[in-house]
Design a protein. Structure first.
Length: 653
């Protein structure tokens, strides 16, 4: 059981034991609940609530020494509130100033650290009842059978399903049902393919930045392996089958009063634009043809079917008593089929897009290990891997981003695992180099009033790094343990182009997006800025350095038989992470300090703890985003939880 600030409760229990001579089982249950650790300044309410319930069980049947049958089942229910995310405004952008009508001299991007801000989101009026509910069921049946001392078989059959319902105020601002100002900068209108012949055009379209959908997934899998164990030779061969289906349906419902808010915003913005145009005779103000009506919510439906067939094998051979070679390989064929139905509420189906693609891959892995001494081992390995391609959502298809290709990686690693000082020190090291092709990255995709996230292949990248871990338990300081880990990860795109980098390059020279750096599609009417190179950029959302240090001291109570006391503290450092491949907006580095103290025996364990004791507030993640009015660039970020304390108690029986 764990109790902490912000009404946090984490209660779990488990029991395991024999039911009969041949049957044993176990049951585990957990309940977690946390109030909102942050304040939404829009109405001074708590935000970021979480609640989950989970139950799992296992039954094992061993009728004889050769056969083991194990059945597992897990059920979990998640019920979270509106996420604790804040959004910046376009007015805060501080670089790449754009003098076009859309940005009107404001920055097109933000350069530097996105500092934490109060959360101010009007979800109770834009998306009442916002949150996510999700039910997950996971089951498996495994059969292990030993034919003899050398041969054995393993069969694993699995069935998983999940259903979720998501409703989220997606602008993360106090701006419900805003009016977008579409301008000549990329929004041709009313027959003016290159934009109206004046500096500012006003088109009153109501924007609803709300994510609302239901989804369900079902999947079956079967894995069959045959294993051989000899004196110097072990081997395994197997096959895998997967059949999955997922369906996502947009289900946005406009809340009561939504149209009234839209009307108010519309007429206020229209009056403001009339004033702007009255002071500037070059300004053209267009009365909207569509009026202030909220567009019919999307009813897009996306159905994905995935079938994966794979064959794999492994051979391990002891070349000598200290030198071993392991060769592994996996061949997989994955067929992805998508049906996207494009439709708005109470409207006819706009289009049905069907697509199918098969991705084949062969991924080998070779490892050579040398047991130098009983306490020291060296190894070197080469491996290839892939992340299959697929299809984006119906909205992304409308935006022209229907499919993305697979991502592949070649990996080289060398390492060492050691015991030093007669077992007082564990020292492990691993250095690696990864070459990635077709790196998959998300970006915003928008069509009409619908916005979504789409996956694209950004380019190729190299990743070089190492990890060092040390555990020290000196005999001279009995009960004292030091644990430390340092991970260094240097990533860099070696080639690739990005549309947004091209826009920034274009605006940098003269403050306008006018294809002064080149036209990406010269044969197509209009002007699209030449895409910009991302060579040399760091992979986004990755930290170059992570460091962890933990101290733990445990001693028995002098006058309390069987009881021990302990104290401990740890320090964690993570370097800054970029929001996107442009390497401009970033999180800032973070330093986290935690401490603990308690007592325990064979049955009981009590622990008082505190986390983030220094009040580190740099945000853990930043997402490149778009502000509803005009879809100009802004950023969304989650907040880091401030210092908090709690108590954990466990009992064994």
């Amino acid at each position: 059981m764990e109790i902490a600030e912000d009404d946090q409760y984490d209660i779990s229990a488990s029991i395991r034991g024999p039911i009969s001579d041949t049957i044993s089982g176990g049951l585990t249950a957990r309940y977690f609940s946390r109030g909102g650790p942050f304040i939404n300044t829009w109405d001074n309410s708590e935000i970021g609530e979480q609640e989950s319930t989970a139950v799992s069980g296992v039954l094992e049947f061993t009728p004889n020494e050769q056969l083991l049958i194990r059945a597992r089942a897990y059920y979990g229910h998640l019920d979270d509130g509106q996420p604790a995310i804040f959004a910046t405004t376009t007015a805060e952008n501080n670089c790449y100033f754009d003098n076009g009508a859309l940005y009107a001299g404001r920055g097109r991007y933000y350069c530097g650290i996105i500092e934490p801000q109060p959360i101010n989101v009007d979800w109770p009026q834009q998306a009442p009842g916002a949150g996510q509910e999700k039910d997950v069921l996971q089951t498996s049946l495994s059969i292990d059978y030993e034919f003899n001392d050398a041969w054995s078989m393993t069969s694993i059959t699995g069935y998983n399903s999940s259903d979720s319902d998501v409703l989220q105020d997606g602008d993360y601002l106090p701006t419900a049902f805003q009016v977008s100002n579409f301008t000549p900068d990329g929004f041709p209108y009313a027959g003016f393919e290159d934009g109206p012949p004046f500096d500012y055009a006003y088109v009153g379209s109501i924007i609803d930045f709300t994510f609302a959908s239901t989804s369900d997934e079902d999947e079956w899998s079967e894995e069959l392996r045959f294993n051989y164990t000899g004196d110097r030779f072990t081997a395994m061969i197997g096959g895998y089958y997967y059949d999955g289906k997922s369906t996502t349906q947009d289900n946005r419902t406009i809340p009561p009063g939504g149209q009234d808010i839209a009307n108010s915003n519309f007429f206020a913005e229209f009056a403001r634009m009339q004033g702007v145009c009255a002071a500037n005779f070059l300004c053209g103000s267009m009365v909207p043809f569509f009026g202030p009506t909220i567009p019919d919510p999307s009813r897009n439906r996306t159905e994905n079917k995935i079938r994966n067939l794979a064959a794999f094998g492994m051979i391990n051979y002891k070349i000598t008593d200290t030198l071993g070679l392991t060769v592994e390989a996996r061949y997989a064929s994955e067929k992805v089929r998508q049906t996207a139905t494009l439709q708005n509420l109470d409207q006819p189906v706009t289009d049905v897009v069907e697509a199918e693609e098969t991705f084949n891959s062969f991924n080998p892995r070779v490892t050579l290990d040398w047991q130098v001494t009983d306490a020291n081992m060296l190894y070197i390995l080469y491996a290839e891997g892939n992340k299959p391609g697929g299809f984006n959502s119906a909205t992304a298809i409308q935006a022209g981003l229907p499919v993305y290709d697979e991502e592949t990686v070649e990996s080289f690693e060398i390492g060492s695992k050691n015991l030093f000082l007669d077992g007082q020190m564990i020292f492990n090291f691993a250095g690696y180099f990864n070459r990635i092709k077709g790196y998959q990255l998300t970006q915003n995709a928008r069509t009409g009033t619908n916005t979504t996230s789409a996956i694209t292949n950004a380019g190729n990248a190299d990743i070089t790094g190492f990890e060092i871990s040390v555990v020290l338990q000196p005999e001279a300081a009995e009960g004292f343990t030091i644990t430390t880990n340092w991970a260094f990860n240097d990533s860099e795109f070696t080639e690739g182009f990005d549309e947004n980098q091209g826009l920034l390059n274009d605006v940098a020279d003269n403050g306008l997006v006018d294809c002064s750096t080149g036209n990406e599609f010269p044969d197509v009417p209009g002007c699209v800025s030449a895409y910009g190179s991302i060579e040399g950029k760091q992979i986004p959302r990755t930290a170059k350095n992570q460091f962890y240090l933990d101290f733990d001291y445990r001693r028995p109570f002098a006058n309390l038989s069987g009881w021990y006391w302990f104290v401990g503290a740890n320090y964690f450092f993570e370097s800054s992470k970029f929001a996107q491949v442009l390497n401009l907006a970033e999180t800032g580095s973070a330093e986290l300090v935690s401490a603990r103290a308690g007592m325990y025996n064979e049955r009981w364990n009590f622990q008082l703890w505190g986390r983030n004791l220094t009040g580190e507030d740099h945000v853990p993640s930043v997402l490149r985003y778009a502000e509803p009015t005009g879809f100009t660039r802004n950023f969304a970020a989650s907040l880091r939880r401030d210092t908090y304390f709690g108590l954990t108690a466990t009992m064994n029986f």
